[in-house]
Structure formats: structure tokens, C-alpha cells
Unconditional design. Structure first.
Length: 276
């Protein structure tokens, strides 16, 4: 069928706001389509046996009965599935992995998700977390990575998601390099994230205002920059992503790895990641 409606909105940052946002999107889509539809929703995390959500990086969803609450608001059944599983299955059916036997789908953006499809069927696992490589520890961490491993919302430290998501790339650019990185002398001794931001190419000032407004760069801006610190951050990010995918390859031996999410638009991935 043809696509009838598409919209992109900012993510709500609390549970009630998320319910209202989703209900509003459904209502707008149905106005555009001119008919009432059935509902399927791809979400971060997964639904547990008791109907609550777990493992979502949108942490306000965890422990909440999302499906039941949406069904009550929208007065119809709702189907939920993990977003990375949906992505991997879609790519297997009619996308980049069409016809492949074993497929690993990666969503790299705000978080780092993964989905596995074997012979056309999602391999969700006994507890719905099959393919969730975002919460394996970063393989073979360097001494600096071990010492500076970021905290993860899951309660652990140094998960792949804390190193290889979009926010992780931006954080590494602003906070890095580590103390023994050869690029460190380009920043004042003891430079903080704010100092790194002040010396970065991504400062923004509003015309007519004297004060400098600092903003966090996007992953796409870092990837496109020729600033030495941006190049170094990208090199570290690609190396970490390659280490994680090497573990997946050794366990699954997939026919195809498909990359999705905002970071999949970075051209360097496709030239430099496979050799790593």
C-alpha cells in the first residue's frame, strides 16, 4: 500500500505526555487518511508477561502498562513490538536484507538497539530481549575506557549504548579526549566539557547578541567536521562500534547486518566499518 501520512515530532519526556502525543498522532493520521485504522506500535524495549514495559531507554515507559493505557485512550486493540525487531523484519521482507537467512538489524540513534531475524521470523528470545546488544559491555575496553565507562540507565556501566549511540558520540566529543590522548594538548590543562565546547567548531551565537551560546553538536555535525577533535571522536566511535559488531558476528554469523537509525546516514560507516 501507499504511505498516507508521515510526521516527526519531538519525544515527550514523561509518561502522560507520551500517551497524549501518541494519541494525537493517531488522530491526526486518521484525519489525513479519512478512516479509522488498526494500530501497531514499534517501541524501545519490550512488553513483559504482565503487560508492562521493560528495557526502554525512554525510561519513563518502564514499568508502565503502555498497551493497556493506549487501548483505553483510543478505544481499540493495540499491538506492541520492539522497534529494532520491526526494523530487522521489515528489511528482511522488502529491504536491504531481502531474502537473507540470518539478519541482524541495528538501530543506532538516540539509543542502540538490535533485532535478529532467522528464516523470516524474529528471534525475540525467551524474555523478549533477543538481539539487545546495546546492553552488552563494550568489548576489549582500553584502560581509559575501563576507567571512564559511563553509567547506563540499566544500572550498569560501560554498555555499548553508552559508547555508540548518538548522545554518546556527542558526549565523547565534548568531554574527550581522555587524559593520555595525543590531542589533549589542544585543550587547556584540566579542560572540562564546557571548555571543549567553547573550543569546538559548533558554537552558535544569535545575531545581535554579545554572549556566545553553546549547544551540543549533533552526531551528523561531528561526522562531517574536519576539526581534529571531531575526527578523533569519530575514529573512537567507529572502533567501538566495530568491536561490538564483531561479537555479534561471532555469535550469529549473519548473512547481512543492516544499519538503521540516524547514525546510519554517516557515510564513513560503510567505507571504514567493515575492515575494522
Amino acid at each position: 500500500g501507499a504511505e498516507l501520512f508521515r510526521n516527526r515530532v519531538a519525544t515527550a519526556r514523561d509518561y502522560d505526555g507520551t500517551l497524549a502525543l501518541l494519541a494525537g498522532l493517531v488522530q491526526e493520521a486518521e484525519r489525513q487518511a479519512g478512516q479509522r485504522g488498526s494500530l501497531g506500535l514499534a517501541i524501545p524495549g519490550c512488553e513483559t508477561a504482565d503487560g508492562t514495559i521493560k528495557n526502554a531507554n525512554s525510561t519513563w515507559l518502564n514499568g508502565r502498562p503502555l498497551r493497556a493505557d493506549l487501548e483505553a485512550r483510543l478505544d481499540r486493540p493495540v499491538r506492541l513490538a520492539n522497534d529494532a525487531n520491526c526494523f530487522a523484519l521489515s528489511e528482511t521482507r522488502d529491504g536491504a536484507a531481502q531474502g537473507a537467512g540470518v539478519v541482524f538489524g541495528v538501530i543506532a540513534g538516540t539509543g542502540l538497539g538490535g533485532g535478529v531475524v532467522v528464516n523470516g521470523r524474529v528471534l525475540g528470545g525467551a524474555h523478549g530481549v533477543g538481539g539487545e546488544w546495546g546492553h552488552i559491555p563494550l568489548p576489549s575496553p582500553t584502560p581509559d575506557e575501563w576507567t571512564n565507562a559511563p553509567d547506563c540507565y540499566c544500572g550498569k556501566r560501560g554498555c555499548m549504548e553508552t559508547w555508540c549511540s548518538g548522545p554518546a558520540l556527542a558526549r565523547d566529543f565534548l568531554n574527550g579526549p581522555f587524559l593520555n590522548d595525543p590531542l589533549r594538548p589542544q585543550l587547556p590543562l584540566g579542560a572540562s566539557a564546557s571548555t571543549a565546547a567553547a573550543t569546538s567548531p559548533f558554537n552558535a551565537s544569535q545575531k545581535g547578541e554579545a554572549d556566545l551560546r553553546l549547544r551540543q553538536p549533533t552526531a551528523a555535525e561531528i561526522a562531517a567536521s574536519d576539526h581534529p577533535l571531531a575526527i578523533a571522536a569519530m575514529d573512537r566511535w567507529l572502533d567501538r562500534l566495530a568491536r561490538g559488531l564483531a561479537v555479534v558476528v561471532n555469535i550469529l554469523d549473519p548473512d547481512v547486518i543492516v544499519l538503521g537509525g540516524g547514525l546510519s546516514n554517516i557515510a564513513r560507516l560503510y567505507d571504514e566499518l567493515p575492515p575494522l
